[in-house]
Design a protein around this ligand. Structure first.
Ligand code: GMT
Length: 377
């Protein structure tokens, strides 16, 4: 098929899923066209069947807020027309779903023919935080209803979407996935000794450092752990809470215990070195970062009542605890770290569980089948 993919190019989960999906589809022989304002974060190597179309913005003094939505819609229409797209797949509803709708209208004006179907993939905060905000609610609901197909990255998110928007629409759940050729257990490509001494444990965290990730809980949980066991924490990513994190790390005297790596496009080079992954988020529709950790053989300490329940097998390859309960998170982590046999079992179950449920081979086929189904409808 000829597939257009629109996503945020920044280092967030939705852009990463969109990029990895495009790469997988291209390697299966589909022609994939990315449309965005910058080259997506993980789209860093040439690949056959894969093209990128940048959205150029024209600055004009009248525009306090440059109208990216309009420029993007026009670009999507241009790419759809020039390359005869079969599918316009947009990731993160706001504003991409409404841009796809506009692009379709543009293509169909003046007797134009459009055969591209719009598929919107909902990722989480586009529904739970931003979409539910009164200023975006109606337009988000409209753009979901106007899509030819809608997918959500978890049952949790699909239910939340139906509930929040009172929708009568089929939402197909297609879970996130990982490339098992890159994300593997074992310390390949990463030197544990770069982060910890031989007798120390390594904890890891990856996120965009937004308030929803509860970065202070990551630091607090780690602080409690390292008071009982020799350990270090490696934190990957950056965002609005990075400054607060640095301040907190300093205040607690953890400067030599916490390594802040900033954004890294190849997290699979670091994750296999870790013993445990911390993701104490307030909300998580799925938790791609947690899946990538599991895939690398790293058990997860995360939050219950979120989409993480579909990713982590509680008491098998991780522990899920109430939001904010850093005492229980630290206790769960310590119980594992102090029991080498159990830790080894959890690490094994992490890699196996991830591969059995979320390998690219399995999930990308679900997207291909869904594309065909929506195209034929
Ligand atoms: O929270 C993030 O990491 C960013 C956000 C995004 O859209 O970029 O992530 C959401 O989409 C990811 C990919 O589907 C999910 O794995 C995350 O759970 C989800 N984040 C939230 O729901 C908070």
């Amino acid at each position: 098929m000829v597939i257009g993919i629109t996503c945020y190019p920044s280092a967030g989960g939705s852009g990463i899923v969109a990029t990895e999906l495009g790469q997988q589809l291209a390697s299966r022989g589909h022609q994939v066209h990315f449309v965005s304002y910058a080259l997506p974060f993980r789209l860093d190597t040439y690949q056959a069947n894969l093209m990128f179309h940048g959205v150029e913005m024209t600055a004009y003094p009248l525009f306090k807020y440059p109208p990216y939505t309009l420029t993007l819609a026009a670009k999507m229409a241009e790419v759809a027309r020039n390359f005869k797209l079969d599918i316009m797949h947009v990731h993160y509803a706001i504003p991409h779903a409404i841009c796809a709708y506009l692009a379709k209208q543009l293509l169909e004006t003046n007797g134009g023919v459009n055969h591209a179907k719009i598929i919107t993939t909902l990722h989480g905060t586009d529904i739970t935080l931003v979409g539910a905000d009164p200023s975006y609610f109606d337009i988000t609901r409209f753009s979901i209803m106007a899509s030819d197909g809608v997918t959500a990255v978890s049952d949790y998110l699909a239910k939340e979407t139906i509930e929040v928007f009172k929708l009568d629409k089929d939402i197909r759940v297609i879970h996130n996935f990982f490339d098992d050729k890159r994300f593997k257990p074992g310390a390949r490509g990463c030197q544990r000794s770069e982060f910890v001494a031989e007798d120390e444990f390594l904890l890891a965290h990856v996120s965009n450092f937004r308030p929803v990730k509860r970065i202070m809980d990551v630091i607090d949980t780690f602080d409690k752990i390292r008071q009982e066991l020799p350990a270090r924490l490696v934190m990957i990513g950056e965002g609005p809470e990075t400054i607060l994190a640095r301040r907190q790390i300093k205040k607690r005297g953890l400067n030599d215990r916490v390594i802040l790596l900033g954004n890294q496009s190849r997290v699979e080079a670091v994750l296999p070195c870790a013993d445990l992954f911390l993701v104490p988020s307030e909300e998580e529709s799925f938790g791609l970062a947690a899946l990538e950790a599991l895939a690398c053989g790293v058990p997860v300490i995360g939050t219950s009542g979120t989409g993480l329940t579909e990713v982590v097998d509680d008491f098998r390859n991780g522990f899920l605890l109430p939001v904010g309960d850093t005492a229980s998170m630290a206790r769960a982590a310590l119980s594992l770290l102090k029991d080498p046999n159990r830790l080894a079992q959890f690490k094994k179950a992490a890699g196996e569980g991830a591969k059995a449920k979320f390998s690219a081979d399995r999930i990308v086929t679900q997207y291909e089948n869904y594309y065909q189904e929506v195209y034929d409808a």
